[in-house]
Design a binder for this molecule. Structure first.
Ligand code: FES
Length: 103
């Protein structure tokens, strides 16, 4: 059972290995990414120039924005560029093969 406040968004098998799966949670685009067998969720929009990262690459615990290749840590949201703000990280639960996200 998932705590109150989470929305079911997809099955865990829908999330590919090295690219994000875009879902909509609470009206916002969220990118689900695989990290060491777990699923992480971050805001779709890159805080650098407000562009979508849906065609970014997921590698080594990070998502790499396709526009200027900034890296964002999928656990903390932190960017590898000092002046760039972090991306929002969502709470994610996986229960019985289903992915749930808190808006
Ligand atoms: S818009 Fe993402 S790194 Fe520039």
């Amino acid at each position: 059972m998932v705590e109150e406040g989470f929305e079911r968004v997809c099955d865990v098998d829908d999330v590919p290995e090295h690219m994000p799966k875009r879902v909509v949670v609470g009206g916002r685009g969220v990118l689900l990414c695989r990290v060491d067998g777990e699923i992480r969720g971050v805001d779709e929009i890159c805080p650098h120039k407000d562009r979508s990262m849906r065609f970014g690459v997921v590698f080594d615990g990070e998502i790499i924005c396709p526009h200027h290749q900034y890296h964002f840590d999928l656990e903390t949201g932190r960017c590898d560029r000092r002046k760039c703000p972090p991306v929002h990280v969502y709470e994610v639960r996986v229960v019985d093969g289903e992915v749930w996200v808190r808006p």
